[in-house]
Write a protein that binds this ligand. Structure first.
Ligand SMILES: [Zn+2]
Length: 314
């Protein structure tokens, strides 16, 4: 069974620790080529996320991470290939290659310069999460106490993303920002790594109204493996994640959910889901609870449909 994982932070670890080899099974890397292979992950999204060690992120840092992505993940290897378009998607499906989608988590490093969106697009980025947890020049994140929405410049960023065809990711975005986005952006958008706030009351999770709004826009939600977004009391098992899945299905989202692990962005894990080589445990629990066709859609088919509807032709 193929898998699409909508979010991981392996790039940040490769940036911080140049000795790590993506093509080896490294203890420190949740997501590595051998692990993706083991689980038959067909497409992995890689986020450009500025680790907190970088105190003042600039666009040069973004360029550096894009370099690392091409050198260390895509490399000269034929095993991995970037997926920029519908054409790329179809092509990797006919090969043994694993696809990689490049995303940006937090627009901080763009420093208000909207023209960088075009540079990012040309470099292969196809999805941008507007904020991380706190405020930046574009909008407030979910943890920013003032609970604001978008700035004027942030609204311009969204217009430019819409014009270029860059997909908006609302994971980490403030609630006010979410509803402003609904007013100013008409395309489908995603929450790449968020769960249901009704099932686990963490600010990073989505309210039922937000989930319904994403569904109404033909968007997509990536259920995430961050244990404290699954259940407030630890330890967390895979079956607890299914509560979120059921909840989103009950809201009409059966065709609008998938997974966004957040591997390499976490230091606690769901029992049995400690790295990308362990998806078989998730598949096993899913198959005990859903029909095989549904399981295939949750793991792969729903993201596939979203990408085929929202990536450029070529
Ligand atoms: Zn994140």
């Amino acid at each position: 069974m193929h898998i699409i994982d909508a979010h991981c932070d392996a790039l940040s670890k490769l940036y911080l620790n140049p000795r790590l080899d993506f093509y080896k099974e490294e203890k420190e890397l949740d997501v590595s080529y051998p692990r993706l292979q083991k689980s038959k992950v067909k497409i992995q999204c890689f986020a450009i996320y500025m680790p907190e060690q970088i105190q003042q992120p600039t666009f040069e840092h973004v360029r550096l991470m894009i370099d690392i992505f091409y050198k260390k993940i895509i490399g000269n290897h034929s095993q991995m290939r970037i997926v920029n378009s519908i054409k790329d998607f179809h092509e990797i499906m006919n090969t043994e290659q694993t696809g990689a989608i490049l995303t940006l988590e937090g627009a901080d490093a763009l420093a208000g310069n909207i023209a960088y969106v075009q540079d990012l697009y040309q470099a292969g980025v196809r999805i941008i999460g507007i904020t991380w947890n706190y405020a930046n020049w574009a909008a407030d994140g979910v943890m920013e106490p003032r609970k604001g929405g978008f700035t004027i410049k942030g609204k311009r960023l969204i217009k430019e993303m819409e014009r270029i065809g860059m997909i908006v990711d609302v994971s980490h975005l403030s609630i006010a920002g979410f509803w402003e986005l609904m007013d100013m952006y008409s395309k489908p958008f995603i929450a790449s790594h968020s769960n249901s706030a009704q099932q686990c009351g963490h600010p990073r999770n989505l309210s039922d109204d937000q989930i319904r709004a994403i569904i109404s826009r033909k968007g997509q939600i990536g259920l995430t493996f961050v244990p404290y977004f699954v259940k407030s009391q630890q330890p967390v098992q895979i079956k607890h994640l299914l509560v979120h899945l059921d909840h989103i299905c009950a809201l009409g989202g059966e065709k609008h959910l998938g997974f966004g692990s957040d591997f390499d962005g976490i230091d606690q894990w769901i029992y049995g889901l400690e790295n990308s080589g362990k998806f078989e445990n998730l598949i096993e629990v899913l198959c005990q609870n859903y029909r095989e066709t549904q399981v295939e859609q949750f793991l792969f088919g729903n993201w596939k449909l979203f990408l085929l509807q929202n990536l450029p032709e070529n």
